[in-house]
Design a protein around this ligand. Structure first.
Ligand code: FAD
Length: 274
């Protein structure tokens, strides 16, 4: 059977069609799916498009942010309320890719892709997943990424997170060899809320340091109650590698990634990151 294309006009319909046939695949921005088609890895089944406007809806002005899974990186970059996410959106490919690449698709992109998902992990996002015709349920992004590794699926309809109280407390840093469009040697996102300069409940996430984006729990613990001075930053750097299991790929070796992670984490924390 050749490849077929279907259009769902509602997210419920799309979720139902995805659940009914394992060979039905969502075509969101298509930057990865169409590469599989063009390169002959995806030859059969149904590609499903969603025309429901809610899939691309954004609520960005309140304390709770909701971004439809079909929102593209370009849409994020065009939204001033989301300035704290611009570095993460700009880290995804070049301008043509960013016009198409969606937030939902980024949650499924294998390492070293998934730069935007790293930012969402540091923001403690909830991923709204609809399986079949039921209503969408919220899954913590960390659990979602772990279950992705185990191969479970459903339609991601949106992501939600609390807006950082202070945009300057949110930082994103991508390390790549080719600028501006290179793939990640690694990416690091950090949400560093503080009271009187002392860090409280930091969330730090790495991309390309494990098969999925992961939390930097050692560094988070090391920063608790500390100020971002030389002592605090040194403690975070010393604990930077906890929980990481990077791969060797065409971009960098596992050894190199481990060697340079503490250096780049230090740069992000001192504000030298870009
Ligand atoms: C040249 C090039 C450069 C790139 N550079 C980067 C980069 O620097 N950083 C980076 O992070 N990525 C990069 N990517 C990868 C990719 O463009 C992004 O990760 C993008 O966000 C994927 O989104 P998409 O909408 O295009 O996904 P698609 O190709 O539409 O889908 C990808 C997979 O996710 C599934 N999927 C998508 N949306 C949903 C949903 N809502 N619910 C359930 N399943 C879904 C699809 O079925 C498919 O299996 C690059 C890709 C290319 C081709």
């Amino acid at each position: 059977m050749p490849l077929d294309v279907r259009v769902a006009t509602s997210m419920a319909e799309a979720a139902g069609l995805l659940a009914a046939d394992q060979r039905t695949k969502l075509l969101s921005g298509g930057t990865l799916v169409m590469r599989d088609v063009n390169e002959g890895r995806l030859l059969e089944g149904t590609l499903l498009r969603i025309t429901d406007p809610a899939f691309r809806q954004m609520n960005t002005s309140g304390a709770r942010i909701e971004l439809g899974a079909g929102v593209t990186m370009a849409m994020v970059l065009n939204n001033r309320d989301l300035a704290y996410l611009h570095a993460a959106a700009r880290a995804v490919g070049g301008p043509a890719i960013r016009q198409m690449a969606t937030i939902g698709g980024n949650l499924f992109a294998g390492t070293p892709y998934g730069d935007f998902a790293v930012a969402l992990l540091a923001l403690d996002a909830q991923v709204m997943v609809q399986s079949g015709y039921g209503s969408a349920r919220a899954i913590a992004i960390e659990e979602f990424l772990n279950s992705r590794e185990r191969g479970s699926s459903g339609l991601v309809t949106a992501v939600q997170f609390a807006r950082p109280q202070n945009a300057a407390d949110f930082r994103f840093y991508k390390v790549s060899r080719v600028k501006p469009k290179g793939l990640s040697v690694m990416s690091i996102a950090a949400h560093l809320p503080n009271a009187g300069g002392r860090i409280s409940q930091a969330r730090i996430a790495y991309g390309a340091m494990a098969p999925t984006p992961v939390r930097a729990r050692g560094a988070e613990r090391a920063l608790e109650g500390k100020t971002l001075d030389a002592t605090g930053i040194q403690a975070a750097k010393a604990a930077a590698l906890e929980g990481t299991r990077p791969a060797t790929d065409a971009i960098a070796t596992e050894w190199y990634r481990r060697e340079v992670l503490p250096v780049h984490l230090g740069r992000l924390l001192t504000g030298e990151g870009h």
